[in-house]
Design a protein around this ligand. Structure first.
Ligand SMILES: [Zn+2]
Length: 253
């Protein structure tokens, strides 16, 4: 936890200078259901406070909003390897080895998952909702890191805040995509609770990521209304948080 409650910082055990974290809903300009650090341009809120909030967010990385890599996500499993800032369509994950290029995804129940190879220096962040997890975006991310020369034992993973087993209730049409081990029956007939971070962790372990290199923040967006937006809890009228990661270069650009 940083002093500033607008961000939760993510730490890696690495010789590289990595800054990573996720925003909370605290300390911004937005009001009403979007109060107060809404970063979602298509959340339904007026763009003025969102634009101001995005400046504060970018500044956390020592950047201006136009220097960020951001996504128009689509709950798919497209991962883009990037070398320049910009807004990318239909992308749910970014990776780079370029310093001073913050990669970002937006979330409000879906899990941000950060990846870092402490030998090659590659970084990545993916947006993992149930569709993304069912499609294996987290596994694809590992595969893509391997293609850059990563060794499994050097990859560190952090699973951020999202809607967890306690609150992620779905119908059978969603539940069927997940292993029984990560499903709990609901008291409502035909409904199930799904453990997305459990599924992500298990899949990564099966791929060969070391247990000690997978960290789970263990925080549920639905459970903490003072701290996080939750699309599910707030009935869709809510803000968006952003999760980002950057390799901090030595230049002072
Ligand atoms: Zn919960």
């Amino acid at each position: 936890m940083t002093k500033n409650e607008s961000f939760i910082e993510v730490k890696f055990n690495t010789p590289f200078k990595i800054k990573a974290g996720v925003s909370t809903r605290i300390g911004g300009e937005s009001t009403g259901p979007y109060s107060s650090f809404n970063l979602g341009k298509s959340s339904g809120e007026d763009l003025d406070p969102v634009t101001k909030n995005r400046k504060v967010y970018a500044d956390w990385f020592g950047k201006k909003p136009e220097q960020l890599v951001v996504a128009f996500q689509c709950h798919g499993n497209q991962i883009e390897s990037v070398t320049k800032p910009g807004e990318f369509k239909d992308v749910d994950g970014f990776m780079t080895q370029t310093p001073d290029l913050p990669l970002n995804v937006s979330i409000a129940d879906c899990f941000p998952v950060w990846f870092h190879d402490c030998v090659t220096g590659w970084i990545a962040v993916t947006h993992c909702g149930w569709r993304g997890v069912a499609n294996g975006i987290h596994k694809l991310q590992i595969q893509k890191l391997i293609e850059t020369g990563s060794k499994l034992e050097n990859i560190q993973v952090v699973i951020g805040p999202g809607i967890r087993l306690c609150h992620f209730e779905v119908g059978g049409e969603v539940g069927e995509f997940f292993p029984l081990k990560f499903i709990r029956e609901s008291e409502t007939i035909g409904k199930f609770f799904v453990d997305l971070p459990g599924t992500i962790r298990q899949d990564l372990l099966e791929l060969g990521i070391w247990q000690k290199n997978i960290e789970d923040m263990d925080r549920c967006t639905y459970c903490e209304p003072d701290f996080f937006y939750s699309y599910r809890r707030d009935g869709g009228v809510t803000g968006r948080m952003m999760a980002g990661i950057v390799i901090q270069g030595t230049s002072d650009q």
